[in-house]
Design a binder for this molecule. Sequence first.
Ligand code: PMP
Ligand code: GLN
Length: 388
Amino acid sequence: MLILPDKLPRVGTTIFTVMSKLATDVGALNLSQGFPNFPTDPLLLELVTKAMRNGHNQYAPMAGVPALREALAQKTADCYGISYDPETEITVTSGATEAIYAAITAVVQPNKPTPDEVIVFEPAYDSYVPAIELNGGKPVFVTLAPPEYAIDWQVVANKITDKTRLIIVNTPYNPTGRVWTADDVEQLARLVQNRTIFVVADEVYEHITFDGRVHHSLMQHPVLFDRTFVISSFGKTFHTTGWKIGYCLAPKTLTAAFRKVHQFLTFSVSTPMQYALAEYLQQPDPYRNLSAFYQQKRDLFLQAISGSRLRFTPAEGTFFQCVSYADLTNESDYDLALRLTNEIGVAAIPVSVFYDQKNDYNILRFCFAKDDETLLRAGQRLSQFLVH
Ligand code: PMP
Ligand code: GLN
């Protein structure tokens, strides 16, 4: 019998696949996996068709279509006042997921003589740790607890050793909905300064912040700029999660290492979509208006569950809301997520799956990137169920 050694013994099928499949099977409202259920701007769709008709149907350049990289350089300069060279510092990827994998692979070394250590804040988006482990690195966890999910920077400092090579940051933060403050950025810079530590900044929700909060991109800090791979995704910004197009911004030497990996992971990314995105990016309204668009949805959902005994701190950013059900039941979040899907037809994500060790924080994550009617119906069902 052939035995295949398991490279990821602790990993099963992702929670997003599990919950979305269950939601589909039982016909539940799917507030689990993070994707919008409303249409993409028809203009963007027309631009894709136009690019296809214009013959842009063969391989794109490995780093991305030049017009898209130039548009990204312009957008980044407009939004953050930072300039990246489209030729040598911007790479278009197959979603943020590929960019995260390529950046981690570019940095992390196994066994020299011990594995590189990577600091990961948890709850952590679920692709980080497998990417570290497949590269022979060792994740070192900084655990954040609800409801504040505040970072104790002394704890982070204590976890840094001479083997620490990378820190992964996610702001705005999935699943917690928190947004890093300028002070958080400063604290990180202070810790990595004068050390050979790189940073992956997962900023896929960069355009979704609420109540007047500003997204502080790590690229804006001079100490961090030199060592950071800033990653984003059009999936979140333009309601196109199924297109799987993202990008990585990083200084020249980091980008060179990144592209060595990228060229053999995917080589290049869907050509007509890149042309369409390049043209669509010429007008800033779609991403400038995104925070207000999602803030209305957050507020609608919170209003709809306000009669229940769920407790929450309103999300500061992202399109996710974490809620505590500790006042209602002490069953595990996983069990409750299954029960809510099966019994009342509302699917959510149990947040404990984003931690290394089992915990009983009793938190569920709901995605509010849904049309208003879906949010109201979900809120009504949750309120009726979660009162006793
Ligand atoms: N990072 C975070 C924090 C996410 O929530 C997601 C989910 N979409 C990704 C990365 C992956 O993005 P993409 O779909 O562009 O691969
Ligand atoms: N980022 C999405 C979420 O957090 C899911 C992405 C995926 O399904 N892999 O729900």
